[in-house]
Design a binder for this molecule. Structure first.
Ligand code: HPA
Ligand SMILES: [Zn+2]
Length: 332
């Protein structure tokens, strides 16, 4: 099964590139940039990753990314991740980044995007790994600020595949960003949003109705509203599920208590993703393996999940056809 899960052509749709910052790279970038870290060793960093909820993770996530200062840093961050993902049989990555978390530290938008897109181009050339870039807004900051960031990104609209919404969910409903997402839609930018991770099912409905999203990030709490589930199923709106993230942030106590089997049973369009692999105990392969251990799924189930991701991805039709063919060959 491990060999099968590695060979399975996996597309990752929910990955915060800043959350792929492994402690080793954090230390080397800190040294390169003369940034002081509140840790003495890589082991100390890993030991600090014991979270109670989303906010306790976000505190360390925003602290860790302070080592990212130059375009080369963003390039190294993304390239490091692409190499690890490629080794795990990931064929396509949709990386989200948080421009406001860097702008607020004085790191310009062009520095961020130049570094990330350079790595995206090299990964395609060198590893055959395709990717898409999602610019996410921090929902615990103002809608006016998000609108300013969208405007500031004008030179890069062509390079951005979608906009997203992340950070502290509770108290920051999707409706707060209706005008920002309406403008993104007018610009022709597809939209995704985190909803129903810690927030209620009503946030998922708001993301659908007021942000007109094509995917929901997380969405595990949809089960609290059967009418919403029926609508998600009917519209085949994909949910990007992050199993190990949900355990580490205590959305669920243990993976074998995760609602994944119920979500599958309901007929929802699900994908498996790593969210913040450096913080949550593993990348795509580890998430797939953990689900195999917890739920004992068949190869057919994993093939269905992999197909959902390829179908829901921002990629060329030629690339989609190629990956679906590879998947069909594995189904035998
Ligand atoms: O899992 C997450 N949820 C919300 N915001 C985030 N930003 C990085 N990871 C996450
Ligand atoms: Zn996320």
């Amino acid at each position: 099964m491990q060999d099968f899960l590695t060979r399975l052509p996996k597309a990752e749709l929910h990955l915060h590139i800043e959350g792929s910052l492994e402690p080793e790279l954090m230390f080397s970038l800190a040294q390169r940039n003369g940034v002081a870290l509140p840790y003495g060793s890589v082991e100390e960093v890993r030991a600090a990753y014991d979270f109670d909820d989303l906010q306790s993770f976000l505190n360390l996530y925003y602290q860790g990314m302070a080592v990212l200062r130059t375009a080369d840093d963003f390039f190294d961050l993304a390239m490091d991740y692409f190499r690890r993902a490629h080794a795990e049989g990931v064929v396509h990555v949709e990386l989200s980044f948080d421009p406001q978390a860097h702008l607020s530290r004085g790191i310009r938008m062009d520095v961020q995007i130049e570094g990330l897109t350079k790595a995206m181009r090299l990964a395609e050339r060198e590893l055959g790994l395709t990717s898409a870039l999602i610019m996410s807004f921090l929902r615990d900051r103002s809608a006016a600020e998000a609108m300013g960031v969208l405007d500031q990104a004008a030179p890069y609209w062509e390079m951005i595949d979608a906009v997203g919404l992340d950070s502290a969910e509770l108290g920051h409903p999707p409706s707060k960003f209706a005008a920002v997402f309406e403008r993104a839609k007018a610009l022709g930018l597809p939209r995704v949003a985190h909803a129903g991770e810690e927030g209620p099912a009503s946030y998922i409905r708001e993301a659908m109705e007021q942000l007109d999203v094509c995917r929901i990030d997380h969405g595990v709490r949809c089960l609290e509203d059967p009418a919403l589930v029926a609508e998600l199923v009917e519209r085949r709106l994909p949910l990007t599920i992050c199993p190990l993230s949900n355990v580490r942030l205590k959305v669920v106590d243990r993976l074998d208590q995760h609602p994944l089997p119920a979500l599958l049973e309901a007929g929802l369009t699900l994908t498996l993703n790593s969210d913040d692999p450096a913080y949550f105990g593993g990348g795509m392969l580890e998430n797939f393996k953990a689900c195999e251990r917890a739920f004992g799924w068949s190869q057919e189930t994993f093939i269905d999940l992999a197909r959902n991701a390829i179908e829901a991805a921002f990629m060329s039709e030629a690339r989609r056809d190629e990956l679906l063919e590879r998947l069909a060959a594995m189904a035998g």
